[in-house]
Design a protein around this ligand. Sequence first.
Ligand SMILES: Cc1cc2nc3c(=O)[nH]c(=O)nc-3n(C[C@H](O)[C@H](O)[C@H](O)COP(=O)(O)OP(=O)(O)OC[C@H]3O[C@@H](n4cnc5c(N)ncnc54)[C@H](O)[C@@H]3O)c2cc1C
Length: 364
Amino acid sequence: MACIGKSSQGLGERKKVVVIGGGVGGSVIAKSLQFTADVVLIDPKEYFEIPWASLRAMVEPSVAERSVIDHGDYFSNGHIIISAAVDITEGGVVTEDGNLFPYDYLVIATGHRDSIPKSRTERIAHFQKECEKIKSSNSILIIGGGPTGVELAGEIAVDFPDKKVTLVHRGSRLLEFIGPKASQKTMDWLISKKVEVILGQSVDIDSASDGLYRTSDGETIRADCHFLCIGKPVGSSWLRETLLRGSLDERGRLMVDENLRVNGHKNIFAIGDITDVPELKQGYLAQAHAQLTAKNLTILMKGGKETRLAAYKPGSALAIVSLGRKEAVAQFPFMTTIGCLPGKIKSGDLFVGKTRKGLGLNPN
Ligand SMILES: Cc1cc2nc3c(=O)[nH]c(=O)nc-3n(C[C@H](O)[C@H](O)[C@H](O)COP(=O)(O)OP(=O)(O)OC[C@H]3O[C@@H](n4cnc5c(N)ncnc54)[C@H](O)[C@@H]3O)c2cc1C
C-alpha cells in the first residue's frame, strides 16, 4: 500500500467516507468532502487524469502537464491509498495489498480501469513516447471507432495532415454511443481529411508482422504503427465476489436508487459510468452525480432525515466529440451539428481549464 496525505489529526468524530476510484466523479467527491468527513480515496494510480484531454496529449505531450493531476493537489486533507480495491464487506474495503479501510459511508466510482502508469511522471513520459511514435510513422492504423479512436484520428489528421491514417471499426457506424446523424457527419469529416475509414471489420493484432495487418475480411493494411482504441470495460468485475454482487445488472453496472444509493444498501453510493442510471455515460454527468452525492452525504452525516435527500434526474443526451483543435461533432437533445461552432465549446482547451477550476486548481 502506498499512502499519501495528511493524518486524521483534527478530524475528531468525523464520519469515515471511503471513495473508491479517483477518476472524474471520485475526484470531485473526495475534494468536496475533505473538510467535512474523514475521507479515504482509493485508486491504483497516484493521479487523476482528465480523460478527454488524453488524445491531444498524444500529439502535444505538454498538455498532460495540466491534464494529469496528482491526487494530493486537489485533495490535501485526506488519505490517498494507492492500490486497487478488491473486496467490500459490511464495514470495510479491502485493497489489493491486503489492507482494510473501515467506512461509515462508501462511494464507488470505478467507472473504467485502464492499464496506465502508476505515477504522474511515468504517465507524462508515456504521452511523450506515444507522440514520438506518431511523429516517426508515415502510416498509422487506429483500431476502434468510438470516441477515443475518432478523437485520435482527428488529432493526427489535423496536426499531421501528411500522414496516412486508417481507422478500422468493428461496428456498422462510428460513435455508436450517440445517434446515426453524428456518425455520418463524423465519417464525412474524416474522409474529407483523407482518413481511410473501414467499417464492419476487426484487426487481429497478434498476426501482424512487418507492418502488415490483416482484417477479419482478409484485407491487408500497411501501417508503421497502430493504436488500439477499443472501449474499456466497466470497472466492476472486482465487485462480482463482494457484498454487492447481487446489485450488478446484466451489463455489470451497479443498480442505484434515485439518491444514487446502491440498491439494498443505505450507506453505499455509486456514481459515474459504473451506475445503471439511464443516460449517456459522460464525465459532466459523473461530476453532477458527485456533487449531488456530496450534498446528500453532508445531510446524512449531520443526522438529517432521509426525506431531505436530493433525487437525481438523468441527464439529457448531450455529447461532444472533438475533431482536432478547432472542430467537433456535437449531439444536443434536438439537433446534431459538426464544425467550428461545437469546436469552440470543446476542442480548443478540451475543458481542461474548466475541470481544473472545478477541482479548486489554477485553470492554467
Ligand atoms: C475519448 C473520450 C472523450 C470523452 N469526452 C468527454 C467529454 O468531452 N465530456 C464528458 O463529459 N465526458 C467525456 N468522456 C466520458 C468521460 O470520460 C467518462 O464518462 C468519465 O470518465 C466517467 O467518470 P467516472 O468517475 O465514472 O470514471 P473514470 O473517470 O473512468 O474513473 C474511474 C477511476 O476508478 C479507478 N479504479 C478502477 N478500478 C478500481 C479499483 N478496483 N479500485 C480503485 N480504483 C479503481 C480508475 O483508476 C479511475 O481513476 C469522454 C471519454 C472518452 C474515452
